[in-house]
Design a binder for this molecule. Structure first.
Ligand code: MG
Ligand code: MG
Length: 249
């Protein structure tokens, strides 16, 4: 079963998403060479608390922080460490909020100062892949259309799509049905889910410069590219409507 949200539920999810979007704006403004990663986590946690909301990732399966901070070849789930950001890095910030029992989830990859042309192209392609996926999140389409459009675009740009991690439904929990993969082959059950008004989805392409394959660090969380190439991640929580999809985060 896929959750179809009523008006009240949509409003609650939207409120959670607005807090998250503001949190990420604040974190993005705070990213510069020399910035402490632990400080970024503190900035996010303090802001979310000031909105009478809770960080959704802290405590999730035992995750210890508000943000996941994944630098360069780290794809997702990086635990914030006692390090400072260095010019030329790209840093993927993923965050979730719980407000009045409703969840939101969003991520951005941000440049630290001046970055290489290749990294800039990776950021541009990943961001556009998310936009293309969202454009396909309309009634009459299936999850397949989101997944397929993202994969086709990213691979046409010569980059690769991570397959082990996927987008998802969102609302009363952080991860609910349907799964929203960023690839369409092989076709699995959730790819056949028809998109309906009131569905909320977190769409989140993870794109690598090199191989699509991943490995996990000994901390059990940090996932990085197998070949050490750079990776980017953009994610929005969106609502399927009668008209165009609405980006909530
Ligand atoms: Mg996320
Ligand atoms: Mg997500």
């Amino acid at each position: 079963m896929v959750d179809i949200n009523n008006h009240m539920e949509v409003n609650a999810i939207s409120e959670s998403c607005q807090i998250l979007s503001d949190t990420l704006d604040l974190v993005e403004k705070s990213i510069f060479p020399g910035q402490s990663v632990l400080e970024l986590d503190k900035i996010a946690e303090n802001y979310i608390s000031s909105c009478n909301a809770k960080p959704a990732f802290k405590g999730y399966d035992g995750f210890p922080a508000t943000l996941t901070v994944s630098i360069d070849d780290e794809i997702v789930h990086g635990i914030p460490k006692d390090v400072v950001l260095v010019e030329g890095q790209i840093v993927s910030i993923d965050c979730g909020v719980i407000k009045n029992d409703f969840y939101s989830d969003s991520a951005r990859t941000i440049a630290v100062g001046k970055i290489s042309e290749e990294k800039q192209r990776l950021l541009d392609v990943t961001k556009k892949a998310l936009e293309i996926g969202i454009k396909n999140a309309v009634i009459g389409n299936k999850i397949f259309d989101i997944s397929n459009s993202i994969q086709e675009y990213v691979e046409s740009e010569g980059f690769s799509i991570v397959r082990e991690l996927v987008g998802h439904g969102i609302g009363r929990q952080l991860h609910i049905k349907p799964q929203v993969p960023n690839f369409s082959n092989p076709v699995t059950a959730d790819l056949n889910v028809e998109l309906k008004e009131g569905m909320c989805l977190a769409i989140e392409p993870m794109v690598n410069v090199g191989t699509r394959h991943i490995k996990t660090d000994s901390d059990g969380w940090t996932i990085r590219t197998e070949d050490g190439s750079a990776s980017a991640h953009f994610e929005h929580s969106i609502l399927i409507t009668k008209f165009q999809p609405r980006i909530l985060t």
